[in-house]
Write a protein that binds this ligand. Structure first.
Ligand SMILES: Cc1cc2nc3c(=O)[nH]c(=O)nc-3n(C[C@H](O)[C@H](O)[C@H](O)COP(=O)(O)OP(=O)(O)OC[C@H]3O[C@@H](n4cnc5c(N)ncnc54)[C@H](O)[C@@H]3O)c2cc1C
Ligand code: FES
Length: 265
C-alpha cells in the first residue's frame, strides 16, 4: 500500500442536499492512485481539541484534473467544521488512498449495487469502473427523502438510465426502505435466466446485513463496506476492529470492503 499525504486546497464545498455536502479538493497523487472503495483520512483545520482525522470514502477521483471528490453527511464536530471551510482559501490534509476496495469477481458480467444514504459515495467509482469494463450494472439507491438522493444524477449519467430509488418518506421512487427493491431485482434477474454474479452494498449496517443475507440466499457473491470509528487509519491502533470468521480484522487496512460471508454480523 503506497500512501500519500497531501495538503489539498479546497476547490468546491457546497451543500448538495439535506445536510449532505460535496467537497472537491486538489490532490493529484491520491487522484492518480485511488481504487474504487478506498478512502481518505481527512485532517480538518481548526480542530485543535479534536486531533483525530475523519475517514471519508473517495466519491470520485479524476486523475487528469488531479481532483478528489468527497460526499459528507454532517453528523458531529468534524463534519460540521468542514462546512465552514472556504474554497480558494482553505485546505484539508489527506492521507490516502487507504484500504481494500471493491474486488469484483473475475468474469463478472452482471452486478447489482445497493447504496443506502451516503453509502452511494464509495460505490460510485465502482459503478464507473464496472460500466467501463462492460459489466451490466443495476443500481438501487435508498435515502431518507428526495433531497438526500444526491448521487442520483451521477449514477444516471454513468448507467444511461435512472437508478432504482426508494425514499423512507415516499417523496421519490418506492416508498419505504430499499430492501424490497433488492429482493425484486435478485428475483427478476434469476427469473430472466441472467442472475447477478456480484452484489456490492454500502450503507447503514442493518441494510448491509439484510442485503448480505439476500445475496447469500440467491447464491450471489456479495461485498460490503463497513464503517468503524477510526483513530490512526493506517492499521496501527486497532480501534477499528471487525469480527470476521477469521478472527478480528482491521476495517482501515483489511477493509473497509469485506466479502459479506466473512463478516460476523
Ligand atoms: C472507511 C469509512 C468511510 C466513510 N465514508 C464516508 C463518506 O463517504 N461520507 C460520509 O458522510 N461519511 C463517511 N464515513 C463516516 C464518517 O467518517 C463519520 O460520519 C465522521 O467521521 C463523523 O465525524 P464528526 O466529527 O462529524 O462526528 P463525531 O463528532 O466524531 O461523531 C458524531 C456522531 O457520529 C458517530 N460516528 C462518528 N464516526 C463514525 C463512524 N466512522 N461510523 C459510525 N458512526 C460514526 C458518532 O458515534 C457520533 O454519534 C466513513 C467512515 C468510514 C470508516
Ligand atoms: S484505525 Fe487504527 S488500526 Fe484501524
Amino acid at each position: 500500500m503506497t500512501l500519500c499525504n497531501e495538503c489539498a486546497p479546497i476547490l468546491v464545498n457546497e451543500e448538495a442536499g439535506c445536510n449532505i455536502w460535496l467537497m472537491t479538493v486538489r490532490a493529484p497523487e491520491i487522484a492518480a492512485t485511488a481504487a474504487p472503495g478506498q478512502f481518505v483520512h481527512v485532517k480538518i483545520p481548526g480542530m485543535d481539541d479534536h486531533i483525530l482525522r475523519r475517514p471519508l470514502g473517495v466519491y470520485a477521483a479524476d486523475a487528469e484534473a488531479g481532483t478528489v471528490d468527497m460526499m459528507y453527511q454532517v453528523l458531529g464536530f468534524g463534519t460540521d467544521r468542514m462546512t465552514a471551510l472556504v474554497p480558494g482559501a482553505d485546505a484539508v490534509e489527506l492521507i490516502g488512498p487507504i484500504g481494500r476496495g471493491w474486488e469484483v469477481p473475475a468474469g463478472c458480467k452482471r452486478a447489482l449495487v445497493v447504496a443506502g444514504g451516503v453509502g452511494s459515495a464509495p460505490l460510485y467509482p465502482l459503478v464507473q469502473s464496472l460500466a467501463a469494463d462492460g459489466v451490466a450494472v443495476d443500481a438501487i439507491l435508498g435515502a431518507s427523502t428526495i433531497d438526500a438522493l444526491v448521487a442520483r444524477e451521477r449514477y444516471g449519467a454513468v448507467l444511461g438510465c435512472e437508478p432504482a430509488c426508494s425514499t423512507d418518506d415516499g417523496t421519490f421512487g418506492r416508498a419505504g426502505f430499499c430492501t424490497p427493491l433488492v429482493e425484486e431485482a435478485l428475483a427478476a434477474a434469476e427469473a430472466a435466466g441472467k442472475p447477478y454474479d456480484y452484489v456490492a452494498c454500502c450503507g447503514p449496517e442493518p441494510l448491509m446485513k439484510l442485503v448480505a443475507a439476500m445475496a447469500a440466499e440467491a447464491g450471489v457473491f456479495c461485498e460490503v463496506s463497513l464503517e468503524r470509528r477510526m483513530a490512526c487509519g493506517v492499521g496501527a491502533c486497532l480501534s477499528c476492529v471487525v469480527d470476521t470468521v477469521d478472527g478480528k480484522r482491521r476495517a482501515c487496512v483489511d477493509g473497509p470492503v469485506f466479502p459479506a460471508t466473512e463478516v460476523v454480523w
